[in-house]
Design a protein around this ligand. Structure first.
Ligand SMILES: [Mn+2]
Length: 240
């Protein structure tokens, strides 16, 4: 079966906790699911690059970029940003490992910022519409345009431009008009995102399910980790 025909499994921010990631994926064999990682696999936990490799090598799997991957690429391109990268939870050993693995860098730099699924679901890291800053005035296919722009920016060594786009606060939970405009602009019926931990037992749904947050604070090393945060708050099938 092609990955496109499989049911979709969403994985929210993993942040280096490869043990909890493995536990969360245990009920979902790779061959039976199309797995989509929402970005932020690195930082806080000790196994950020390990999580990237795990996701890259998992069958039927897509990975989109989070702001923490962008910060890591930025630190890689500009050593004066290493302190900043460490200050947001980054680890020197992860940076060293990424530096030594050029194929992994290349893979990371060519990941999309968003994916539009056949059912009209938009998948992106941040719960806001700041991605529009990457768009020109008359883009007929905004999702594709944003992804192409992001790859060009990273290839040119300008990761900082993406950091500006991706470090803002989520707004979809609280600003339904902006959500509605973004859905209209991208031609989607709902948006799935991570980036800001919610406190639910399952992914947090807003505005009748038009916006769904899958960042359940999976990583025990995250500064906002809450003891007992259920795995299913971050890793769950995308329902119809
Ligand atoms: Mn995050």
């Amino acid at each position: 079966m092609a990955a496109d025909d499989l049911p979709v499994l969403i994985v929210g921010d993993v942040h280096g906790d490869i043990e909890r990631l493995a536990a969360a994926l245990q009920p979902y064999p790779a061959s039976e699911w199309r797995t989509i990682f929402l970005g932020d696999l690195v930082d806080y936990g000790m196994f950020g690059v390990g999580c990237l490799r795990y996701a890259r090598d998992r069958q039927n799997t897509d990975v989109i970029l989070g702001n923490h991957e962008v910060a890591m690429l930025w630190a890689l391109q500009d050593p004066t940003r290493i302190g900043f990268f460490i200050s947001i939870g980054g680890h020197q050993h992860d940076l060293d490992e990424l530096r030594a693995d050029e194929p992994l860098q290349e893979w990371l730099k060519t990941r999309p910022l968003m994916i539009k699924l056949r059912d009209g679901t938009l998948v992106q890291h941040c719960g806001n519409d700041d991605y529009r800053m990457l768009l020109g005035n008359y883009e007929s296919d905004p999702v594709n345009a944003i992804n192409s722009k992001a790859s060009l920016v990273l290839e040119a060594g300008d990761a900082h431009l993406l950091w500006e786009v991706m470090s803002g606060k989520g707004v979809f939970a609280t600003q339904p008009e902006r959500l509605e405009r973004w859905l209209q602009h991208t031609g989607c019926r709902r948006v799935v995102f991570g980036h800001t931990p919610h406190r639910n037992a399952v992914p947090a749904r807003y505005h009748g399910g038009k916006a769904i947050n899958f960042d359940g604070g999976l990583s025990r090393s995250h500064r906002m980790y809450r003891r007992g945060a259920p795995l299913a708050a971050s890793v769950a099938p995308l329902e119809d």
